[in-house]
Ligand binder design. Structure first.
Ligand code: WT7
Length: 657
């Protein structure tokens, strides 16, 4: 996508789709005047959205902005779990399904708002009984099962800060995240199901727990009843490890919610950056919830009878905002599916859509491209006529995939919303509103009401039409507030791109803007990769590789991949005494998998005697990208030894064929 030829192709995309009249007639937002009123009175617009939450004490100030630090809705207190649960069980949604769960093996469970409310209250009491207090951190390392949402909301209820770590991350990644924010309790499971096999979460957690002194207790959810009897589960450590279901049996069904200050942290979520160390993105209670609730209402157009399915895992921001907080705040019925889309067959998603009558589907381009490749026959076997809206997130969606999604999943009848946002923005920033925006395949269109984006050049000059760096030019309620324990890195990473302009937020993405004012997000312009919609820092992979005894030096770049958007290519020089071989290549791939997680395994590893460097010793990644993409080499005149790169290119090509 970052190739300039691709850009031109993109911008020649002229297909336009208007919202169907029937959709517009009933949409939650059916009048474009909302954009104008938000522009005319920015703070007033957000104050109105904030008043749609339930407050314990109303806020007194909408925004205090001392660039680059913002505070929203101060003076007020509220509780996120009350907003997601209590206000529904008090009213007509008490017995409405909140979570409809299907495990990968086919086990099913439905939790009504009442059921979820009771479980959250009970687990909040369990956490309290383990000594967890307001402001303490709780790590959650679970499969995609209802207990993940229960644990998150239970933390929110007592004012503890949750830190969810994706179940696909390795023990070392879990350990580092636990230690960075000094978590007190870890909530995990005996295992989870993925593509028919078991992810041994507790076993992974045990490895992490060898070096996590802050953890006093581990709560273990029994995901696999019968697989091992409780007593025989050898992995339980006396005194420290406790079964979730046993703790819940004795727990009281009411837990007084903490009245949280608007700016109290709600959660930390780690994401990759340009260094080897992941960043703990901090989101606060009121602003985050305002962004989650209002964007879910506007973009997914939720109606009372919708069955809404966001396929993301709770380990990512999409799972936080659009599987838990946003839809539950809106009182929606949410499908939650634990496993892989191709298990046991390649129509699992469509079978789920048909069985549960899914009406809104939110998934990622990587998945859509895989569905395309698997063939039209899989969705065609199922009745998808209840679908009325489709969403996409995580990476740029190519127009072919967009069109296929619209036609084969949406029956040419459902609007497609391509939503651009990030872990740091907390909620969707650029997206169509399905009842009013005319869409073009490949463009996320324009910022939602209350957001202000611009394309800037490197001196902060606005580019009305053409390519540049994406910026958010005003603070927004669900923006990250800092990086846990490292505010300097917050300032440096997000607000230092344009010197002297600490008011401009830099997301790390490049974009183009067309004559209609639509944004086309082109992807990262920093050393961050987006593999299958997941963010991985090149430095993280490089640091993992050089920890292997055979590796002297490593450089990692992204290359275009048909399904995953980007794949990881690593160039590795070996230490004296080590010989390249295909078994060493496999070993290194697995080594990275063990260090970080399977998503970070390089697709290609090229062994090389040398890497292209400038005379000052800096690795020229640009040239390595040219090699990995099979392009003609760019300017090589600044290289210390131009021969290195041409021989590398020959080797790479020989390796591929
Ligand atoms: C990065 C954020 C937002 C939740 C999932 C990923 C890329 C995200 C789009 C989109 C083009 C997109 C950007 C962004 N991205 N959505 N609709 N079109 N690119 O969250 O891990 O924080 O990654 O994903 O590059 O910066 P994340």
């Amino acid at each position: 996508m970052s190739d300039s030829q691709d850009l031109d192709v993109l911008l020649q995309e002229h297909r336009q789709f208007e919202p169907p009249e029937s959709f517009r007639a009933t949409a939650n937002v059916s009048d474009g005047a909302l954009y104008d009123s938000a522009r005319a009175d920015y703070e007033g617009y957000w104050a109105d959205r904030a008043r749609e939450l339930e407050w314990v004490t109303p806020f007194t100030t909408v925004l205090s902005w001392k660039p680059p630090h913002a505070e929203w809705f101060t003076g007020g207190t509220l509780n996120a779990s009350v907003n997601c649960l209590d206000r529904h069980v008090r009213g007509a949604r008490r017995n409405k399904a909140a979570l409809v769960f299907e495990g990968e093996p086919g086990d099913r469970r439905t939790l009504t708002y009442w059921d979820l409310y009771v479980a959250v209250n009970q687990f909040a009491n369990v956490l309290k009984s383990l000594g967890v207090k307001r402001g303490d951190r709780v790590a959650i390392y679970l499969p995609l099962i209802p207990e993940a949402a229960i644990a998150m909301l239970a933390c929110a209820r007592i004012g503890a800060i949750h830190s969810v770590v994706f179940g696909g991350f390795s023990p070392e990644s879990l350990r580092d995240r636990i230690n960075d924010s000094q978590c007190k309790v870890l909530v995990t499971a005996d295992g989870g199901y993925r593509r028919g096999s078991i992810v041994p979460l507790k076993r992974n957690a045990d490895k992490a727990l060898e070096e996590t002194p802050s953890i006093t207790n581990v709560v273990v959810v029994r995901r696999r009843p019968g697989a091992v009897s409780e007593e025989a589960f050898a992995e339980m450590k006396e005194g420290r490890d406790l079964w979730y279901h046993r703790l819940m049996r004795g727990a009281k069904q009411w837990c007084e919610p903490e009245a949280m200050e608007s700016e109290d942290p709600l959660f930390i979520l780690y994401t990759s950056g340009t260094t080897g160390k992941p960043k703990g993105i901090v989101h606060t209670t009121a602003g985050y919830l305002v962004g989650a609730q209002s964007s879910t209402h506007q973009v997914f157009d939720l109606r009372e009878d919708d069955v809404y399915w966001c396929t993301a895992d709770v380990g990512w921001i999409t799972g936080h905002t659009y599987l838990v907080y946003g839809p539950l705040a809106n009182g929606a019925t949410c499908l939650m599916y634990e496993g892989a889309p191709d298990w046991p067959e390649k129509d699992r998603f469509w079978e789920l859509c048909e069985r549960y009558g899914v009406s809104i589907l939110y998934t990622a381009p990587t998945a859509i491209r895989a569905f395309m490749k698997w063939g039209d026959q899989w969705p065609a076997k199922h009745d998808l006529s209840r679908l009325r809206l489709l969403g996409s997130v995580g990476e740029p969606i190519n127009p072919e995939a967009w069109m296929w999604y619209r036609e084969h999943i949406g029956g040419n009848r459902c609007p497609v919303v391509d939503t651009w946002w990030q872990t740091e923005t907390g909620a969707i920033v650029i997206s169509p509103l399905p009842g009013i925006t005319s869409t073009t395949p490949g463009s996320a269109t324009v910022p939602l009401p209350g957001y202000s984006c611009a394309l800037l050049d490197s001196s902060a000059k606005e580019i009305p039409v053409g390519g540049g760096l994406l910026a958010l030019t005003r603070p927004w309620p669900s923006m990250l507030r800092t990086i846990w324990g490292d505010d300097a890195r917050y300032v440096e990473t997000y607000f230092s791109r344009w010197p002297g302009r600490p008011d401009l937020y830099f997301p790390g993405d490049g974009a183009k803007r067309d004559e209609n004012g639509n944004f086309w997000i082109l992807g990262r312009v920093d050393d961050v990769l987006n593999v299958a919609g997941h963010r991985i820092g090149t430095m993280e992979v490089e640091s993992a590789l050089v920890e292997h005894p055979a590796v002297a030096e490593a450089a990692v770049v992204g290359k275009t991949h048909e399904l995953k958007g980007q794949a990881i290519a690593a160039f590795v020089t070996l230490r004296e005494g080590f010989k390249q071989s295909s078994s060493l290549r496999d070993e290194l791939r697995n080594f990275v998998g063990e260090k970080i997680g399977a998503i970070a395994k390089p697709d290609d590893i090229l062994f090389s005697a040398d890497l292209p460097k400038t005379r000052s010793g800096k690795i020229m990644r640009r040239l390595l990208r040219d090699i990995a993409e099979g392009r003609a080499l760019g300017d090589t005149t600044t290289l210390a030894d131009p021969n290195v790169v041409s021989s590398l290119k020959d080797m790479y090509e020989a390796n591929e064929s």
